[in-house]
Design a protein. Structure first.
Length: 430
């Protein structure tokens, strides 16, 4: 049923000019606004000195007005690109589980770090390490030269924050890193030094030390593999975000290991670590570390045995060729090795559900499926980290066929009335 009521609402407005015309115009606007809001029109518009009284006729049908409808709007604006880091969403990956025959009531949610401003989880540590070094008085914008060995995305995060805050930045990385990553760094004004692929990250690290030594005290290396500000930011942000977004119901965490910061910091926050004043929220959380099958150093460090040939792999961002100091092995319950080919295959599957991700996400989701298909994990909830966006990897071998297909596309003739001889075709119809 619809009833008609008459409401008198007093509104206060700010008038920039003391003008009869302006007052009349504002009164009309006020009348229109009150008519829109009906009997719930607010009398709390903040402003200056004039009072406008209006009488309106409004419908009070339940479907016309929401009782909690806001009467004021607030701007939600970030002041710096780095202010957009964090608070990434979880995405239900049930479609992937079903595609891989996992239908045991388990749940898999992906933490989309790929939606960060520079498209990777490393944005968090780029900001964290630079801010901590500034706070400690170790670096100064415009004076310090930041030097870092990186497998790519940390470099992009550092280049992004360095550009935002006024630092010169030199990055060393293995020659296997994709051309997209190199272009991104150069476009951000960074200097890039490539090192032999055979030496992996240790070679890039040695080169970075050499560069710092040549800078007469102006160079500073943030050392992502051992900088405590790396896992710290995951204890303070990523861990709480996952805990809150799952309402504390997660049973399993699956993360790749590059520097070890993500898996260590998140696990420390949720499992609890007295050293960092983290009370145990879910001490039984099952933490899974993912590494390339071709480079099983974490498995070895945990007392396990390597499987198959060991050497270079194709999963950019994990398997750095060392066991990083930032990796808290006491937090790890299981290490799952994933072959580069499996990672590429799962990465393709993720693209095919409309989720463009990097090859490390393929490895992590493949490991998640392995874990969730085990009988003891039926009905359990797992969260896996999706570290980076997929567009950065188009020169990776997994996209070779797509690249050939794209390069092989040719233009097609147009319908009448177009004359296709004007566009290089042999006949008017092509």
């Amino acid at each position: 049923q619809t009833t008609t009521t008459t409401t008198t609402t007093s509104q206060t407005f700010f008038f920039p000019f003391n003008s009869t015309t302006m007052i009349a115009r504002t009164a009309r606007l006020a009348t229109n606004w009150v008519q829109k809001l009906g009997p719930r029109a607010s009398s709390s518009v903040i402003g200056g000195s004039s009072s406008v009284t209006t009488t309106t006729t409004a419908s009070t049908s339940h479907h016309h007005h929401h009782p909690n409808r806001p009467t004021r709007r607030h701007l939600n604006v970030a002041s710096l690109p780095s202010d957009l880091i964090g608070n990434t969403p979880l995405l239900d990956l049930d479609k992937i589980l079903k595609q891989h025959g996992i239908d045991n009531g388990s749940k898999l949610y992906g933490k989309l770090e790929s939606l960060s401003p520079c498209s990777s989880v490393k944005d968090r540590i780029g900001r964290s390490m630079i801010e901590q070094a500034e706070k400690d008085g170790l670096i100064t914008p415009g004076e310090t030269v930041l030097v870092e060995p990186t497998s790519g995305n940390t470099g992009i995060a550092l280049a992004f924050i360095a550009r935002e805050r006024g630092y010169r930045c030199i990055l060393t990385m293995p020659e296997t890193m994709s051309i997209e990553r190199r272009m991104m760094l150069l476009a951000l004004g960074c200097e890039v030094v490539l090192t032999p692929k055979e030496t992996a990250v240790p070679g890039a690290l040695a080169k970075a030390h050499e560069i710092v030594d040549s800078l007469d005290g102006k160079g500073y290396m943030l050392q992502q593999f051992e900088n405590p500000a790396n896992p710290k930011v995951h204890r303070e942000t990523t861990g709480p975000e996952i805990w809150n977004d799952t309402d504390g119901q997660l049973d399993i965490l699956v993360s790749g290991v590059g520097t070890g910061g993500s898996v260590s910091g998140i696990a420390q926050y949720i499992k609890g670590k007295a050293e960092f004043d983290c009370p145990p929220l879910q001490p039984n959380l099952h933490v899974v570390a993912v590494e390339p099958m071709e480079q099983m150093l974490i498995t070895e460090a945990m007392g396990g045995e390597k499987q198959g040939p060991q050497g270079p792999h194709k999963i950019q961002g994990i398997g750095a060729g060392l066991v990083p100091k930032n990796l808290d092995l006491t937090m790890i319950d299981q290490v799952v090795p994933v072959h580069s080919d499996w990672a590429s295959s799962m990465c393709h599957d993720l693209w095919m559900i409309g989720l463009p991700v990097g090859v490390s996400a393929g490895a992590i989701v493949a490991a998640s499926c392995q874990v969730l298909q085990q009988d003891e994990n039926a009905g359990k909830m797992a969260v896996c980290i999706i570290p980076s966006f997929g567009e950065r990897y188009f020169t990776h071998p997994m996209f070779a066929d797509i690249k050939s297909q794209a390069e092989g596309l040719t233009k097609q003739p147009l319908p009448e009335p177009f004359d296709n001889t004007d566009y290089g075709f042999a006949t008017p119809r092509g």
